[in-house]
Structures are given as structure tokens and as C-alpha cells.
Design a protein around this ligand. Structure first.
Ligand code: 5GP
Length: 215
């Protein structure tokens, strides 16, 4: 038994579109050695600069549906008219080897993982306010107006799930946020408490923003 490794953790990172989850994850991988990132499969088209096998495995609906039938996903979900899923083999292999595997996924998938793997660490990343989130999402200029609106609407549903996460971290500065996420994984402590008032304000501000953008 001497060479049997302690299994790594499944680390779920979720958060509203535009909060900078991707950048936080990149920083986490750069600054701390014991993480690997699960590359998801999706049916959405690559954005400019995205590479197949690096950002996602970009596949057809048919290929994705075959993977579902073959039980190849740890979890999968629909988001903004596309499928997204976590290939199972990579996560199982790496956690067995003692690595912490990061899954940057949306809430439906996170809830599936929580049920199947109760030891997974669920972290929700958010911004100081809905206005800040909207500013970041619009500012990155990777989505059309309609897509942005769809993501705002989805964020309202996601806000309702914040309470189901083990930890909530506010992404004000990337370095601090990555350090805080690492502290949570290592020590099982950190982040901020779930605050129903924050959620309420976030949703009402977002509804106002949506209204403004549909006028
Ligand atoms: P995006 O299109 O902006 O890359 O991703 C849209 C949403 O899908 C994000 O919230 C992202 O975290 C989530 N996502 C990415 N990969 C997966 C996955 O494998 N499974 C699930 N459930 N969500 C994913």
C-alpha cells in the first residue's frame, strides 16, 4: 500500500458569465503546481483564438450525443442552445494519480457532480455587483447582443443556485481570487458566506440591466 497515492479532489468552479472564471483558473494553474484542468466537450463554435483540445473539444451534436449514449461524461448540460460536458476518463485518471482536477462548469453540471461525488469542492465565483459582471461580459466583446442577453437571463437562474455551493468567492483581483480558491481546496476554509441580500440585489440589478438592453 506504500505507493498508493491519496486521491486528488474534484474542484468545481462555477460563476456567472463574465466574472473572469477562466482567468482565475489560468492563474491557479500557473501559480500552484498540483492542479490540472479538465477540457470540456462542447457543440458551440470556437471563439476567435480558441483551440480544439485546449479550450474545448469542439464537436458536432452527433458526436456529443454518441458520448452520452456511451456514458463517456461525468456530467453534461445544455447552456445557451449548446451542449457542454466533462469527459469522464481524464477526471478519473488524474484524481487517482493524486491531482486536483478543476472543472469549470455551469450550475446544472455542478449539481450532478455534487450528487455523484459528495467529496467534490464546489466554488462559486462572482463579481462585487451585477453591474460589474455586465460590464465585464459586454467589455470582452466575444458575444453578440442576443447572446449577452441570454447569458444575463441565465445568470438569474444561476444566482438561485449560489446557496448550493460550498464556497463563494468574489473576484475583485485575479491574484487574490486564485489564492483564495487554493486556500479553500487546501484547507477547506475561505471565501464569503452566502448572502440572500446580495443575491436579491444581484437579480434585481440584472433585471434592470436586461430591461435597458432590450429597449
Ligand atoms: P462558454 O461558452 O462561455 O465557454 O461557457 C458557457 C458555460 O458553460 C460556462 O458557464 C462554463 O463554465 C460552462 N461549461 C463549460 N464546460 C462545461 C462542461 O463540461 N459542463 C458543464 N455543465 N458546463 C460547462
Amino acid at each position: 500500500m506504500a505507493d498508493e497515492k491519496r486521491p486528488g479532489k474534484i474542484v468545481i468552479i462555477s460563476g456567472f458569465s463574465g466574472v473572469g472564471k477562466g482567468t482565475v483558473v489560468k492563474k491557479l494553474l500557473q501559480d500552484f503546481g498540483h492542479y490540472v484542468l479538465s477540457v470540456s466537450m462542447t457543440t458551440r463554435k470556437p471563439r476567435e483564438g480558441e483551440k480544439d483540445g485546449v479550450n474545448y473539444y469542439f464537436v458536432t451534436n452527433e458526436k456529443f450525443e454518441n458520448m452520452i449514449v456511451e456514458d463517456g461524461f461525468l456530467e453534461h448540460a445544455g447552456y445557451a442552445d449548446h451542449y457542454y460536458g466533462t469527459p469522464k476518463d481524464f477526471v478519473i485518471r488524474n484524481t487517482r494519480e493524486g491531482k486536483n482536477v478543476i472543472l469549470e462548469i455551469e450550475v446544472q453540471g455542478a449539481m450532478q457532480i455534487k450528487e455523484k461525488y459528495p467529496d467534490a469542492v464546489l466554488i462559486f465565483i462572482t463579481t462585487p455587483s451585477a453591474r460589474e459582471m455586465a460590464k465585464r461580459l459586454i467589455g470582452r466583446k466575444t458575444e453578440t447582443h442576443d447572446q449577452i442577453l441570454r447569458r444575463f437571463k441565465r445568470a438569474i437562474e444561476e444566482a438561485e443556485h449560489m446557496k448550493d455551493y460550498d464556497f463563494i468567492v468574489i473576484n475583485d483581483k485575479i491574484e487574490d481570487c486564485a489564492r483564495e480558491v487554493n486556500r479553500i481546496v487546501e484547507k477547506n476554509e475561505g471565501g464569503v458566506r452566502y448572502d440572500p441580500q446580495y443575491k436579491k440585489e444581484f437579480i434585481s440589478d440584472l433585471l434592470e440591466i436586461i430591461k435597458k438592453h432590450t429597449e
